[in-house]
Design a protein around this ligand. Structure first.
Ligand code: PRP
Length: 183
């Protein structure tokens, strides 16, 4: 979906499709260099990460294995209890594997701090994080992603996998949602 289609719902476009592809290309090259000669298992966090996984892994000029997890935080609306529940676990055994968790955004950090601890307990050789976006002002838990596309303000962003009530995920760009949509 093009931003023109939902322009009344957006305050601005933060990153265009071209900017996103460009940044993911840079991140892919960095990841390729860092993992040269090593097996790599990319773990995508459903559902928001599907676009990032598709484009980031295709920008890598090497073999890469992809697996998926679905998790859910207990809590409602904008609050979270910090308790995370596994809805779909990995199919892969992590023993001795180099694991790269890929997500589209780190907000409070609750999801990824929990995931890193959970996956680290399964005997991997390493666990790192790549995220397209990070909101430093919203962070509540210590999470240290090795690869970050961009730091953004603490605003409601949609598109490129990011949803508001399951809509806007298929928007090509990333934009700031206008308050009239959610208030
Ligand atoms: C989003 C995103 C991250 C998480 C980040 O997922 O994909 O996994 O929130 O937020 P946090 O840093 O505050 O934990 P969400 O729970 O919205 O599910 P979705 O991917 O299905 O949209």
């Amino acid at each position: 979906m093009d931003a023109d289609t939902v322009q009344d719902d957006l305050i601005n476009i933060l990153f265009t499709e071209e900017q996103i592809q460009g940044r993911l290309g840079e991140m892919a090259k960095q990841i390729e260099a860092d993992y040269e000669g090593r097996d790599l298992l990319v773990v995508g966090v459903l559902r928001g990460a599907i676009m990032v996984i598709a484009d980031l892994t295709r920008a890598m000029d090497r073999h890469v294995e992809i697996d998926w997890m679905a998790v859910s935080s207990y809590g409602s609306g904008t609050t979270s209890s910090g308790v995370v529940r596994i809805l779909k676990d990995l199919d892969s055994d992590l023993h001795g594997r180099h694991v790269l968790i890929v997500d589209e955004i780190i907000d409070t950090g609750l999801t990824l701090s929990w995931l890193v601890a959970n996956l680290s307990s399964r005997g991997p050789a390493s666990v790192e994080i790549a995220t397209l976006l990070r909101k430093p002002e919203a962070l509540q838990m210590p999470v240290e992603p090795k690869y970050v596309g961009w730091d953004i303000p603490n605003e409601f962003v949609v598109g490129y996998g990011l949803d508001y009530r399951e809509r806007y995920r298929n928007l090509r760009d990333i934009g700031t949602l206008a308050p009239h949509v959610y208030s």
